[in-house]
Design a protein around this ligand. Structure first.
Ligand SMILES: [Fe+2]
Length: 360
């Protein structure tokens, strides 16, 4: 199954003059409905945004490959465990996939059809990650530790500019999709984007060493959902992402050149009272990954699989609760009001990014 690709251009042209429905016109209205419907049914969406070019993505991937190829000792200089790894680098072996610790999730996996069951990770994730905050932070907040100073590795003069420009561009794409989703769901256009203002958005590329771990079946990121609002990725040079549709079907995602992939997170699930579930996914070395490794080897290219992931968040001090008509949905009581910052801390505690190391 191929996910549809939504070209954001027609919406961007009209949203520049700030139209609200019903003046949006039937074509754009139906485009917005397609966006919200696809997110609801698949938890994912492929988009084309003219502001996010292939060259931008390449420049970012080149720099990150260069970084992840540095020695372990060098990279650990950017590690900030006392800040819950929310800035700087997270080495491989720290992040624990939720499926390894969440018993309810394990039960759910067992009840799934064999062919759709996720790979079983044997331990923590075999991927490095770099966390870089994008966008303005609030001057007063109850959640200071989630809003800490950036870490820049030595010897990368272009770091800040490259991270910020790619990060801002991907946030712009998310904002357009968030507006279209709101319109598609019959909410005010800014229902989501107004809550995203000054949110702790994170550009969080991952690096997986395919030289060391490039065997078929290796799990780079075990079955999980994202705890944030919406996640966006540029195209990776190595395939390997599997997603689960709402109907339980497992789909290997292939992102066409020039496209971006968006996935639904738990904060969106909360705001829609479960109408849009957080999309489950995993990253595993498949036979397509192995083919890509082989051709990278032949062309003498980097064997680090970099994902240019950006987590867009709801502002830490904003309250998560089902919005508008979603407050009346039968599942709304499963989503009681909670401050987004408190919610994120609870979720992080489960996946081991916060905990023992905090006290040492
Ligand atoms: Fe994820």
């Amino acid at each position: 199954m191929d996910l549809p690709v939504i070209d954001l251009s027609p919406y961007l042209e009209i949203s520049a003059v700030d139209h609200e429905p019903p003046s949006l016109g039937p074509e754009l209205q139906s485009l917005c409905s397609e966006v919200s419907r696809t997110l609801r049914e698949t938890g994912a969406l492929l988009v084309k945004d003219p502001r996010c070019s292939v060259e931008d993505n390449d420049r970012f991937l080149d720099m990150m490959e260069n970084y992840f190829e540095k020695s372990q000792e060098f990279k650990r200089l950017q590690e900030r465990p006392h800040l819950h790894y929310q800035v700087g680098v997270t080495p491989e072996g720290v992040e624990v996939p939720r499926s390894l610790v969440d018993e309810e999730m394990q039960e759910k996996i067992k009840s799934m059809q064999k062919e759709f069951q996720p790979s079983t990770p044997m331990g923590p994730d075999l991927k490095w990650r770099y966390m870089w905050r994008v966008g303005p932070r609030p001057s007063t907040t109850r959640f200071q530790e989630l809003n800490s100073e950036p870490v820049i590795p030595e010897g990368f003069p272009q770091w800040k500019e490259t991270m910020d420009s790619w990060g801002y561009k991907m946030i712009s794409a998310i904002e357009a999709v968030a507006e279209m989703t709101a319109i598609g769901f019959g909410l005010p256009k800014d229902a989501f984007t107004s809550l995203m203002k000054q949110g702790p958005h994170l550009l969080a590329p991952t690096g997986s060493d395919l030289q060391r771990y490039g065997r078929e079946g290796t799990v780079f990121a075990g079955y999980h959902y994202d705890l944030n609002f919406l996640t966006i990725h540029g195209r990776s040079r190595f395939p390997g992402l599997n997603i689960w549709l709402r109907n339980g079907q497992k789909v290997e995602v292939s992102v066409p050149v020039g496209c971006l992939l968006i996935q639904t997170g738990k904060e969106l699930e909360w705001l829609t009272g479960g109408e849009c579930l957080a999309g489950m996914h995993e990253v595993v070395a498949t036979n397509r990954t192995i083919d890509a490794i082989e051709s990278a080897r032949q062309q003498n290219r980097s064997l680090w699989r970099v994902s240019s992931t950006l987590f867009a968040h709801i502002a830490s001090d904003a309250v998560l609760k089902p919005l508008g008509h979603f407050a009346n949905s039968p599942l709304a009581s499963k989503y009681p009001p909670i401050c987004a910052g408190d919610f994120v801390e609870l979720e992080l505690a489960v996946i081991n990014l916060k905990g023992e190391k905090e006290n040492s």
